[in-house]
Design a protein around this ligand. Structure first.
Ligand SMILES: NC(=O)c1ccc[n+]([C@@H]2O[C@H](COP(=O)([O-])OP(=O)(O)OC[C@H]3O[C@@H](n4cnc5c(N)ncnc54)[C@H](OP(=O)(O)O)[C@@H]3O)[C@@H](O)[C@H]2O)c1
Length: 248
């Protein structure tokens, strides 16, 4: 895997920053991207990557980033927001959905499609979409739900805006995997676990099971593991950070 190139969105903090550090350590040439070029430059200097400005919701920014990157082996769609922190579905303004989907869904389509020409120059292109286990229908229903109905009911559907945007991302992951399968792409989604980051400072989740999650490094290791899959490895799946396949 040494010498391969990867671009990470939202690499200025949390899981993205940690993934950038781990991938540099593993020998990858890493594009550290962020909304703030100043911050991306600072983080790139700290971890040993290359800095690039990239706001996934800004078409001109996406186009400029795509023009700057000639060839890529991997794309990590990590940038994400949770604007409904503390807001339940029953009180949610539709504007919250628009805001959330701009970054968590539409931004991924914009960045992925813009970078496809660069990824097609790789002999083994990969895309990892950083999703959320809270978006898993299997983990929200079924015999052993991790994000149970009682907690959702008690909180008035807490984080439903965020969770639904990540459920849309899961669907996009499967469709991208199918659309790019004949070109040898591996496209997978990652549930990185609950991590103490700017997005989740209080480690709050829906029915979060005590003891799960922790520092962003462990979630970032899940990104690295998906980029290290063999060329004939799985595509179109949702993985937990521990390498096990999670239910959609
Ligand atoms: N932490 C958790 O418990 C957890 C659990 C499941 C999934 N996730 C997912 O993990 C991913 C990383 O989140 P995190 O927990 O590491 O939180 P974080 O530290 O807040 O990182 C999110 C990153 O996304 C960037 N970002 C936000 N909007 C952007 C935009 N329009 N364009 C480009 N970058 C943008 C942020 O940059 P700025 O500094 O410019 O805001 C930041 O670098 C997200 O997709 C999140 O949904 C996190």
């Amino acid at each position: 895997m040494v010498g391969r190139s990867v671009l990470i969105t939202g690499a200025t903090s949390g899981i993205g920053r940690s993934a950038a550090a781990q991938l540099v350590e593993a020998g990858w040439d890493v594009w550290v991207t962020g909304r703030s070029l100043e911050r991306a430059t600072q983080v790139a200097a700290e971890v040993g990557g290359r800095a690039l400005a990239l706001d996934v919701t800004d078409g001109a920014s996406v186009a400029a980033a795509a023009a700057a990157v000639d060839r890529l082996d991997a794309l990590v769609n990590n940038a994400g927001i949770r604007p409904d922190y503390g807001v339940g579905l029953l009180d949610a303004d539709p504007e919250l959905f628009r805001t959330s989907y701009e970054t968590n869904v539409f931004g991924i389509v914009a960045v992925t499609n813009a970078l496809l020409p660069a990824l097609r120059r790789s002999s083994s292109p990969r895309i990892v979409n950083v999703s959320s286990g809270t978006a898993s229908f299997g983990w929200s229903t079924g015999p052993n739900p991790q994000f149970d109905h009682e907690a959702a009911a008690a909180s008035g559907g807490r984080f439903a805006v965020y969770r639904s945007s990540k459920a849309a991302l899961n669907a996009l992951t499967m469709y991208y995997a199918q659309a790019l399968a004949l070109e040898g792409f591996l496209v997978n989604a990652l549930a990185p676990g609950a991590r103490r980051t700017n997005l989740n400072p209080g480690m709050q989740g829906v029915g979060l099971t005590a003891g799960r999650g922790g520092e962003p490094t462990e979630g970032a290791a899940g990104v690295v593991a998906l980029l290290d899959l063999p060329s004939d490895g799985p595509t179109g799946a949702l993985f937990s950070y521990d390498g096990t396949v999670a239910p959609w």
